[in-house]
Design a protein around this ligand. Structure first.
Ligand SMILES: Cc1ncc(COP(=O)(O)O)c(C=O)c1O
Length: 491
């Protein structure tokens, strides 16, 4: 909900401080998450002895975009991959920033989970001693929430649709304290968010339960605007050749947190903001609904934290495309084809495993945008891979069976290349007019005002960019509260 950088309840804050002392917690500020090289050297040194996949308090300092895939150190810019013209079929430069370098869950959604919890913790709005953190999500955010809960030493509960990938459930089985109680499966799949809300409403009635709903917690917006945005800006500046322009930032929207990085990239580089949406659930495209398999995006409603009025494009992608590209990019037969057809080196092929299904959808969006706008080799399209292919191995085998009846053959991957890359038409590229933005914004009314009881004045305030800019400007106040919290913990 609306976040205010001010103490809400001093008694709860005291309890949180006591707990943090016992757990020896030090909380990173937003500035440190955005610029991890500035973190105190003693913390950076201690981190070298901490494995990335452990619920160790120091791993909070790995919640940033600069972790290297290899070793435990920091890079000068986020890990990324450029999709060459021989693969994309377009001259525009497509840069994919890789989110699977984030600790514990190998997806950047742990950043949103940390932001939502820390803003409550330092203002006395969550008591880790008495409270149970409930993390509603379509898979990665709740894993991030469980990881943060483990570090904090408090109970965490994941709420997610039953049809999300098996890999997500396997991870949750390992990380939740009481898997039989702390993993709650809701009916349906990716787009069944209403069912998640209904379950949370029930859970909220239990004493001590705090719902950390990424779809309406503005900390989710804040962290991507002030952490992801500048980190991606660093990458653009590093990768840009002379004369390059940042044409657009492309992200699929689930909670619509990640796309907030676009607000920063527009402000600083003039980038356009494009949202990828599953064609099978075209909520922004045409108020539509439906089932799809681009896990993490296309949740059949407009999140409260989505700054709709700053968007420029919505690009519709069928979920068949990224499912098939997963086969091309992550099988030996696919790699042999790509090497022979496009000449890409083995190093490039090896890095493709860092792009999960929603990242593949963003690459298709980038290709469509490039064709739609006749973009040139000086136009840079920056897109996000929230997680890597490791989360979708079971989906890959299923998709091979569904489409080809067995493991894919050379002819099958050649078909995928023609269908999803070289022959990817610029269809369903929706350039938003003011009227269209308004239509999408207004659609949120039914969820938030009618169903969830948000005050209509509060809902409407979000039309104005000053609302979002004001929130970003409060970053320093949040950082002061985090510093003060650490000081009082005295670790
Ligand atoms: C794999 C994946 N891609 C994309 C998204 C969308 O990110 P956001 O919720 O920040 O819009 C999510 C969100 O959970 C995700 O898990």
């Amino acid at each position: 909900m609306q976040i205010m950088p001010a103490i809400h309840d001093a008694q709860i804050l005291e309890s949180a401080l006591k707990h943090a002392r016992e757990q020896k917690l030090v909380l990173p500020t937003f500035a440190e998450l955005a610029s991890p090289h500035a973190v105190r050297k003693e913390i950076q040194r201690s981190l070298q002895n901490v494995p990335r996949d452990r619920p160790d308090p120091l791993n909070l300092f790995r919640i940033n975009w600069y972790n290297a895939h290899e070793g435990g150190g920091l890079r000068e810019q986020p890990e990324w991959l450029e999709i060459p013209r021989s693969v994309s079929g377009v001259p525009a430069r497509i840069l994919v920033v890789l989110g699977d370098t984030f600790p514990m869950i190998a997806a950047h959604k742990v950043l949103a989970a940390y932001a939502c919890l820390v803003t409550r913790l330092v203002t006395g709005r969550f008591d880790p001693r008495a409270g149970k953190a409930i993390w509603p999500s379509t898979g990665n955010y709740c894993r991030g929430g469980i990881a943060i809960s483990r570090i904090l030493g408090c109970r965490g509960v994941a709420v997610l649709p039953e049809h999300m990938s098996q890999e997500r459930f396997d991870w949750l089985e390992e990380w939740t304290l009481k898997p039989d109680q702390d993993i709650i499966r809701t009916p349906g799949s990716e787009s069944n968010v209403k069912e998640i809300y209904d379950t949370c409403d029930r859970l909220e009635r239990e004493p001590g339960s705090v719902i950390l709903n990424q779809f309406n917690e503005f900390a989710n917006y804040l962290c991507h605007r002030v952490v992801t945005g500048p980190s991606l800006g660093t990458l653009f500046e590093y990768a840009a050749n002379k004369g390059d322009r940042l044409h657009a930032f492309i992200a699929g929207t689930g909670s619509a947190g990640t796309i907030a990085a676009g607000d920063y990239l527009k402000q600083v580089y003039g980038a356009r903001i494009a949202a990828t949406e599953p064609l099978e659930c075209p909520t922004m495209l045409c108020n539509g609904y439906g089932e799809h398999n681009i896990q993490g995006i296309g949740d059949k409603h407009i999140p409260l934290i989505h700054n709709v009025m700053n968007m420029d494009y919505v690009v519709g992608i069928s979920d068949v495309g990224p499912d098939l590209m997963n086969i091309l990019f992550n099988t030996d037969v696919g790699h042999a084809f790509l090497a022979g057809r496009t000449g890409v080196p083995a190093l490039f092929l090896d890095k493709l495993k860092h792009i999960g299904i929603s990242g593949l959808a963003n690459i298709q969006s980038a290709i469509k945008l490039a064709r739609h706008g006749d973009l040139t080799e000086n136009d840079v399209l920056l897109c996000v891979a929230t997680d890597g292919a490791a989360m979708y191995r079971s989906e890959l085998r299923q998709c091979e069976q569904e489409h080809f009846g067995a493991e894919a053959l050379p002819a099958d991957v050649a078909e995928i290349f023609g269908r999803c890359l070289s022959g990817c038409e610029p269809a369903h590229v929706h350039e938003l007019t003011g009227q269209e933005r308004k239509r999408i914004f207004n659609l949120g009314y039914y969820t938030w005002v009618e169903q969830r009881g948000v005050d209509v004045g509060e809902f409407d305030r979000r039309r104005n960019q000053s609302f979002w800019d004001g929130m970003a400007a409060e970053q320093s106040l949040w950082d002061e509260l985090i510093v003060e919290f650490n000081h009082r913990v005295g670790t």
